[in-house]
Design a protein around this ligand. Sequence first.
Ligand code: HAM
Length: 414
Amino acid sequence: MITQRPRGTQDWYGSNMHKRTVIEEAARKLCKLYNIKEIITPAFEHTILFERGVGETTDVVQKEMYTFLDKGERSITLKPEGTAGAVRAYLENSLYAESQPTKLFYITQAFRYENPQSGRLRQHHQFGVEFFGSASPLAEVELITLLKEFMKELGLTGVNLHINSIGCKNCRKTYNEELLKFIREHEESLCGTCKERMTKNPLRVLDCKVPGCKEIMKDAPRTIDYLDDECKEHFEELQNLLNSMEIDFEVDSGIVRGLDYYTKTVFEFVNKDGFTLCGGGRYDSLINEVDKKHDIPAVGFGFGIERIINELEATGVNLPAEAAVDLYVGILGKEAKAPAYKIVKSLREAGLIVETDYLDRSVKAQMKYANKIGARYTVIIGADELTEKKVNVKNMDTGQQTEVSIDGIAKVIE
Ligand code: HAM
């Protein structure tokens, strides 16, 4: 037990860690081009933020949150997603008072008590962007364009964009009535949770994962048929913009998303098996629900980093390999230790990836080790080399040796 990590978590090291670094670097590089600034919010927040933000009738809040009382008897929750914390930070730090829009990205861990299975973890990681202050569908297009570029950069192909509109509070009035009518007709066959949620929030019945409920709800009325003029216009403009950007998409009226804050646009990027890798959408009412003093439109997405890694593996995409060790500096004799280590330090200062001996190994064992770690070049430094100030740098690929002055080592490494 003591050497076993909790279910649904993973340790990051080796090639998986490297993949995660490459993914995060690609995200950071793109966000810089899109002028999206990084934000880091706490790993935990007051529970009420998620109850209010994500929604009390969602699976995330009802079944999946890591909630506990801290020593001061405050109810605290480990963040199950990144949006609510970003919204809280946007409000608390008056970021709305700066020139708008505000575009923020985060790379965060998120905690959900889910049934661990492939692609579902209890601690997962997301690359997310939240775009505050624009009611225009161009904000959606900005995020979708960024996501397409991000996937292109990583070599992720075969991932399709699905979009839908779930309307606003205004459309929801008529829609909810129609949906409830439909649900009541099938109430007997629905699961307990659906029966409980149907009057409070009928939309949540649509994303129930119980197969029987899913089957029934396939024929339920769709939000897209109940949009008011403004929401209809917004959705049409979005589609026109995507078309003019030559971004392929499919209107999927079945997308409702599992979080309560969405209004108008919702979207997902799904792989060829229909598995969602990235989800997002507009949430124009959330800021007002969190703080009545403000009414600011927003849109965002969250992309699961573990899901990207799984998808890259499943589709046979190799990310660029980790940089190799440029040079292994072998140490011959105790006397050479300090001067050799000074050389190691100066070569690292010159930008080379350098390794050396910390185990007092024989020269033969050091060279075996250098070979094992894939060092591109090796050099041995002992009393003779230090007196003559000359060394032999060996190219491990070709076996070729070059004699150079100690100061000239870096020049030999290509
Ligand atoms: P979400 O769809 O719940 O949305 O999660 C976003 C992404 O996080 C998913 O598409 C998936 O890749 C990954 N993910 C979620 N749960 C897990 C899990 N248990 N294990 C592994 N990966 C997971 C949100 O979280 C919203 N905050 C997205 C958003 C931002 N909407 C607007 N702004």
